[in-house]
Design a protein around this ligand. Structure first.
Ligand SMILES: Nc1ncnc2c1ncn2[C@@H]1O[C@H](COP(=O)(O)OP(=O)(O)OP(=O)(O)O)[C@@H](O)[C@H]1O
Length: 632
């Protein structure tokens, strides 16, 4: 609802709504109010020009042309909508057939590919001849002529959704193809389909006008705008308005459908030809707290960062008052269990939190620029050139239909104004910088021709197309085997060493973070609960950090014993307790912990910890694992 009212307040949304309202009201009311008058023959006033009585003149039977144009709105619009419905329905069936039929559906894909190559109007003429003249023939002709492009669109959308992990999970779980289609796929392609159908209705309107104009569409005594144009054409030198007025009506109604489609696309975050990532960067709002002057080598400063989403029982805050900073060449790790707010923290920095998420911060400063003030376009440019993001699954970060080199080059053409040749050379150079052998050949390959580790390195290479000051790597090694994991970590280390780049490494794996980070931030339930040098992890003071360390198996772990785990379940962000969020799982917790949330206190050495019982011995965990071994 919010998105609709926001869109209506934009010039595009307002114009679309006004035009559509005019068209629909005319379609509903004109035949009721003027239907009879428009059909009234007046042989005394044949082929009259514009006059106060007949503003755009009369036709060969003395009928008022303005009234006929208005009355024709209903038939023209209704038939265009029915034809669009036919096109979408047939397109949907043809588009999903390959998914349902497997290999047997391949010929359908080929036929659709061939049909798409023909201009839709040619196809419509072909079908109109087959189905005969009249409204039914014309509707079927235009509907079937529009079906191939919808089939292609559906096929692309279905293929896109079908390759997503959740569909694979449903298939692995033994759910049948039909059920997967109706439960998982169709709901995900509904929005772009509706948007494209609305725009397609404008095209159908034009096509109808074209067929009727050629005498293949509506037949007398019925009339639509195309028919009126055809009739007006014969007297165009005597009364040009007779042919122009129905033409203008076609343009207005076509424009109304197109604008509504475009406005709906913006409101729904859908591109006219597919789904665009709805990564609307949320403009952070300044919360309490002022930002001081930036230290010289500071790359990132975050204070009082919160991320809030609307929830069923009120706002939910998965990130609550996070504060940290990064200097050039510093590698900081964020660890924590799933759902602790690590990724949202990273996305907030990159201004990629999805709506309706709201990012608040007291300070959000990146390479000296205050991301809370100023022009969002400038921020995007700065982030585009100075921040690199590396995600967990590089397969979904690369476009499967474009060559790797072209995708890397695109970044430079977009942000650094390089020519195509220069951008390609830089892409090859960057692939070589991330230790990809034969970079020239590899640049011409598609993502699926790369191994997982190579894709991840190519993703890092994409981040290095500019001269990033900060690399945010969100679980960059989780999907990789240990050997490749080590290569990626080494690569990150060498980037830091060679270019003095700051790195924010997000991981649920303490041992990965311990290996390459200078400092470690431990997150629990949306807060930082401990901040300490990685070299001091063995002397972690927060019971949660110590529990995480104890849960990491190593070469000395006794595999005959059950692996140590952090007892209990992580906190649901929608139900964060009043006191310390870890209290329910903490062996040291007492009544005070359950009532009062401890502050994140900075010690003399600059470390931070939020615990009422920091440093107290943890008998239960200490016996489970010798924490020293984990980070040794
Ligand atoms: N778009 C969203 N709308 C509502 N809640 C969200 C959204 N994105 C994330 N959350 C919630 O915020 C919490 C933190 O998510 P986040 O992705 O930051 O966790 P994480 O620590 O990175 O976990 P993981 O290691 O599993 O990626 C989770 O409980 C998640 O359900």
């Amino acid at each position: 609802m919010g998105a609709v009212s926001r869109t209506l307040r934009t010039p595009l949304g307002a114009a679309a709504a006004i035009l559509l309202a005019i068209v629909l009201l005319t379609a509903i009311l004109a035949p009721i109010l003027w239907g009879e008058q428009a059909a009234a023959v007046d042989t005394d006033d044949i082929l009259a020009g514009p006059s106060p009585e007949h503003p755009i003149g009369t036709d060969g039977l003395g009928r008022d042309l303005l009234l006929r144009v208005l009355v024709a709105t209903r038939l023209s619009v209704v038939l265009a909508l029915v034809a669009t419905l036919v096109a979408v329905s047939v397109g949907l069936v043809l588009g999903v057939a390959p998914l349902l039929l497997g290999r047997a559906g391949k010929p359908i894909t080929w036929l659709v590919g061939i049909a798409v190559a023909f201009p839709a109007l040619l196809l419509a003429l072909f079908f109109a001849v087959i189905f005969g003249t009249g409204w039914l023939g014309a509707t079927l002709a235009i509907g079937l002529a529009g079906a191939p492009s919808f089939a292609r669109l559906c096929h692309t959308l279905v293929a896109g959704v079908a390759s997503r992990d959740f569909v694979a999970a449903a298939r692995v779980g033994g759910i049948g193809r039909f059920r997967v289609l109706f439960r998982h796929i169709l709901p995900n392609i509904g929005e772009p389909l509706i948007v494209n159908a609305t725009i397609g209705a404008g095209g159908a309107l034009l096509a109808f006008a074209g067929l009727s104009f050629l005498g293949l569409g509506i037949q007398p005594p019925e009339y639509d705008w195309g028919r009126l144009m055809m009739e007006g054409l014969s007297g165009i030198y005597l009364n040009p308005l007779a042919a122009l007025a129905p033409g203008i009506a076609v343009v207005i109604a076509g424009l109304a459908f197109n604008l509504v489609g475009e406005a709906a696309a913006r409101a729904l975050g859908v591109e006219a030809t597919g789904i665009v990532a709805r990564l609307a960067s949320v403009q952070p709002r300044r919360a309490a707290g002022a930002s001081g002057p930036a230290p010289v080598d500071e790359v990132l400063a975050v204070r009082d960062l919160t991320v809030t989403f609307p929830g069923v029982h009120g706002p939910v805050q998965p990130v609550r008052g996070v504060a940290f900073s990064l200097r050039s060449g510093e590698v900081v790790g964020i660890v924590g269990e799933s759902g602790s707010g690590k990724s949202l923290t990273a996305l907030s920095i990159a201004q990629l939190v999805e709506e309706p998420g709201v990012v608040d911060a007291g300070t959000l400063r990146f390479v000296g620029a205050d991301l809370l003030e100023g022009d969002p376009a400038d921020h995007r440019r700065l982030l585009g050139t100075s921040l690199a993001m590396v995600f967990q699954d590089p397969m979904t970060s690369f476009n499967p239909t474009k060559r790797v080199g072209a995708q890397l080059a695109e970044v430079s053409s977009q942000h650094h104004g390089l020519t195509r040749r220069q951008a390609r050379d830089r892409a090859v150079d960057r692939l070589s910088a991330v230790r990809i052998a034969e970079p020239d050949r590899r640049a011409r390959q598609y993502p699926h021709e790369f191994s997982g580790g190579m894709r991840q390195r190519a993703m890092i290479g994409m981040g290095l197309m500019g001269n990033p000051r900060l690399v945010i790597a969100d679980e960059p090694t989780t999907a990789l085997d240990v050997t490749v994991q080590q290569q990626v970590l080494n690569l990150l280390k060498s980037i830091r060493d060679e270019d003095d780049v700051a790195i924010l490494l997000i991981s649920h794996d303490v041992s990965v973070v311990a290996e390459i980070c200078d400092r470690v931030l431990v997150m629990y339930a949306g807060r930082i609960v401990e901040d300490l040098p990685a070299s001091q992890l063995a002397r972690a003071r927060h019971p949660y950090t110590r529990a995480l360390l104890a849960a990491v198996p190593d070469m000395h772990t006794d595999i005959s014993q059950p692996l140590a785990t952090v007892p209990g379940r992580p906190v649901d962000p929608a139900d964060v307790p009043t006191g310390c969020a870890f209290a329910a799982r903490c062996p040291l917790a007492d009544a005070h912990c359950e009532k009062v949330d401890p502050e994140l206190v900075t010690t003399a050495t600059g470390d931070r910890v939020a615990c009422w019982h920091a440093d107290e011995p943890l008998a239960a965990l200490a016996t489970a694992r010798d924490v020293e071994e984990v980070v040794a």
